[in-house]
Design a binder for this molecule. Structure first.
Ligand code: KG4
Ligand code: ZN
Length: 357
């Protein structure tokens, strides 16, 4: 079965074609990726310091068709070869989701194919299965993206249990807001991580929010405020030496990264202990962070668990993860696929409510 996947939940337009044949034959899942196209709107939103929803929707409209053509050309397939259309139904920006939903539903109707609405976070959670070494179920997944920070227990396809989540800012949001405070462009996650490499650990004593809360929830907004306080304090010193300013920024970035990673790693270890799982899977855009990967690798060695990462290009939003999650759902029974042309989106959507029975 060949599944077309469409992702438009936020500021990336992603289109991909996925063939389920290798997966059904027990071969590595990545062999099913036939073609893909991705356009990031980051440059367009940068001037505004964040995603402008209306601009995002309009740009998805412009990009989705050329990206479909690109994916078809790359795979050597024609529209007639597609068996089903998967699209991100939520959560995300309503206008952006509507573009993908309308496009996917219209195409499916026109080609007389079933369509399936995919939960964006299910796409992130299953994308590590597309890596060179796929994790075994059950696994614990810290799902750390720009919009979400959750600890999930994944027992199988469509079997998700929320163990804990952020009570305020998501980890990626904390990265982006802190980056802004340090004068870095949106989205600052990768830039702050790079800056932190030049910084010294321990210069600033930033909080590690909810580290000892006893549960698996997170809170990151206080950390951002602590960074702001340090920035204000430094500004009050009126230091203009560019080298001193650069060192301050790098040291503060280092302390921020150290703090956020300490919490993410500690709560992941706690979730593994609590559930008895031996496999950890890092998912979501912040999963591209090298310091987080290094810390999890060290913890895995020390605490004897296995850690898996999605391929780097599949950490942030993309069409492949939606095509793949949609394809695995389509192979399952009671999967929610429909031939209805009505398009409904779910800007707010609890992943567990979409579990397969
Ligand atoms: O999963 P994603 O592409 O979009 C959402 O679904 O939200 O994640 C985007 C987030 C942004 O906040 C971005 O700053 C962060 O992932 N990010 C990183 C890194 N690369 C992307 N954060 C820390 N380190 C990185 N290397
Ligand atoms: Zn995402």
């Amino acid at each position: 079965m060949i599944v077309l996947g469409i992702e438009t939940s936020c500021d990336e337009t992603g289109v991909a074609l996925y063939n389920t044949a290798p997966w059904e034959a027990g071969k590595p899942a990545f062999q099913g990726i036939l073609g893909q196209g991705l356009h990031s709107q980051i440059a367009m939103h940068r001037d505004y310091g964040g995603v402008v929803p209306e601009l995002a929707s309009r740009d998805h409209i412009r990009r989705v068709l050329p990206l479909l053509d690109q994916s078809l050309a790359q795979s050597g397939l024609k529209l007639a070869n597609i068996d089903a259309v998967a699209f991100t139904q939520g959560p995300g920006l309503a206008g952006a989701l509507l573009v993908g939903s309308a496009f996917a539903k219209s195409l499916a109707q026109g080609l007389n194919l079933p369509s399936i609405g995919v939960h964006h976070l299910e796409g992130h959670l299953l994308s590590p299965l597309l890596g060179q070494t796929a994790p075994q179920f059950p696994f614990i997944a810290p799902l750390v993206s720009g919009g979400h920070t959750q600890l999930m227990k994944v027992s199988g396809i469509g079997q998700y249990e929320l163990l804990g989540e952020s009570l305020d800012d998501a980890a990626g949001e904390a990265f982006d807001k802190t980056a802004k405070l340090l004068g870095l462009d949106y989205p600052g996650g990768a830039a702050i991580s790079k800056l932190a490499e030049q910084g010294r650990s321990g210069v600033f004593d930033l909080p590690r929010p909810m580290l000892h809360s006893g549960d698996l929830d997170f809170s990151f907004s206080g950390l951002k405020t602590a960074v702001l306080n340090q920035v204000k304090k430094f500004e009050g010193l009126n230091i203009s030496d560019p080298q001193a300013v650069a060192q301050f920024h790098a040291d503060l970035a280092r302390s921020f990264v150290d703090a956020i990673i300490a919490v993410l790693v500690s709560k992941s270890e706690k979730a593994l202990k609590q559930t008895g799982c031996k496999h950890l899977v890092l998912a979501g855009g912040v999963g591209a962070n090298t310091q987080l990967r290094t810390a999890l690798n060290a913890s895995a060695l020390h605490n004897r668990f296995e850690v898996h990462y999605p391929p780097l290009d599949l950490c942030t939003d993309n069409g492949v993860m939606i095509a793949f999650a949609g394809a695995l759902r389509l192979l399952a029974k009671n999967n929610g696929a429909t031939t209805s042309g009505a398009f409904d989106i779910k800007p707010r959507w609890d992943l567990q409510s979409n579990n397969l029975i």
